[in-house]
Design a protein around this ligand. Structure first.
Ligand code: IPM
Ligand code: MG
Length: 378
């Protein structure tokens, strides 16, 4: 990673993004300042405003900033379907064929942030816990699968013909006209499957986790899920001390409601990981507690999993815990283990204490008051 200038301290790209992204990033700053992380925070433009004004939610100047930083902290993003996105462009950009695509998905692919790490832990005293003994970590492959962006609508005749040539099952859709048929490709590679499985096992070893479960659907999605499961099995053989389980995604949803305490590390592909990580988050208090790291070999973008919740923007209502737990992940990744641990302890204390709570936890405190309470314990 090339650095613009060799000043001391980390260089962290600062991307509030949309909606409540600003609220939670203000909370983040309170805690980062208190913890005295030696860092420069470099603001970078990202999100819906830049889509509307420039037709690009992830401007090139932002990518340049990211290339010159150690990692990034990101608030939240607003994403809307194609037609709505087009309508919100400034008039001079409309009708030019600009297509909105999620900047966070773009960043994950552009910087090969192949591991999406999503811990979901029940902190004692959280009234929103489904049970108090849940400690799950989702490893979500972050660059492939249905998120590859290889999609067609209308379906070009050549694409249809080429697929049919290699797989006669395509013929079953001959009756549906091209402009009434859409195709999204689920692309899975062995390399990415191996990487995510290895990341999950390495994490299990490092943190003494009790098991790793691959969550797929190889009984139906034979090729892509099949490749992923076979690859995970191969990796599992290198970690004979860690129990390795295989579960189908549908059954996993059921088991996570039935016996979430039995599971520890879950590893899965991008789309299933998206779904299962929301489910797992809800077991430990909801998206207000869901932290995440998009981690590559040389760069990482840290973000709370929640969306931009436009109706709460600027009201300092939302729970900043997801963002504060995200900072913990960032500190871990930077190797600032003591700071990471003391931040997690402070968060756990505030939750256990139960006096300062945002509305989702039944309290009346603001986003910033919760951050102040955590900072006060650092
Ligand atoms: C997430 C979000 C994103 C995703 C959206 C905002 C594109 O749901 O990080 O889980 O689908 O990955
Ligand atoms: Mg999601």
């Amino acid at each position: 990673m090339t650095k613009e200038n060799d000043v001391a301290g980390y260089r962290i790209a600062w991307m509030p993004g949309d909606g409540v992204g600003n609220d939670v990033m203000e909370a983040a700053r309170i805690v980062l300042d208190k913890i005295k992380l030696d860092a420069h925070y470099i603001p970078a433009d990202i999100g819906w405003e830049f889509w509307k004004m420039e037709g690009n939610p992830l401007p090139d100047r932002t990518i340049e900033i990211l290339k010159n930083t150690d990692c990034a902290l990101f608030g939240a993003i607003t994403s809307k379907p194609k037609e709505e996105a087009e309508k919100e462009l400034v008039p001079e950009l409309r009708g030019k064929g600009l297509v909105y695509s999620s900047p966070i998905v773009g960043l994950r692919q552009l910087f090969d942030l192949r591991t999406n790490l999503r811990p979901c832990k029940a902190y004692a005293g959280n009234p929103l816990n489904y049970r108090d003994d849940i400690d799950l970590t989702v490893f979500r492959e972050n660059t492939e699968d249905l998120y590859s962006g290889v999609e067609f609508f209308p379906l070009p005749d050549e694409v249809r013909a080429a697929i049919k040539k290699h797989n006669k099952k395509m013929g079953r859709f001959d009756w549906s006209p091209s402009d009434k048929t859409a195709l999204s490709c689920r692309i899975i590679t062995e390399k990415a499957s191996e990487n995510i499985a290895r990341a999950a096992f390495e994490y299990a070893v490092k943190y003494g986790k009790s098991s790793v479960t691959i969550v797929e659907k190889p009984n139906v999605i034979r090729e892509t899920s099949g490749l992923m499961v076979r690859t995970a099995r191969k990796v599992a053989r290198e970690y004979p001390k860690i129990p390795f389980w295989e579960t189908n995604i549908d059954a996993m949803c059921m088991w996570l409601i039935k016996n979430p305490q039995d599971y520890s590390v879950l590893v899965t592909s991008n789309m299933f990981g998206d779904i299962i990580s929301d489910l797992a988050a809800q077991l430990v208090g909801g998206l207000g507690f869901a932290s995440s790291g998009n981690i590559g070999d040389n760069y990482a973008v840290f973000e709370p999993t929640h969306g931009s919740a436009p109706k709460y923007a600027g009201q300092y209502k939302v729970n900043p815990m997801a963002t504060l737990l995200t900072i913990k992940l960032m500190l871990d990744w930077l190797g600032e283990i003591d700071k990471a641990d003391s931040l997690e302890n402070a968060i756990a204390d505030v939750i256990r204490d139960g006096k300062i709570r945002t509305y989702d936890m039944g309290g009346k405190n603001t986003t910033l008051e919760v951050a102040e309470a955590v900072a006060a314990r650092l």
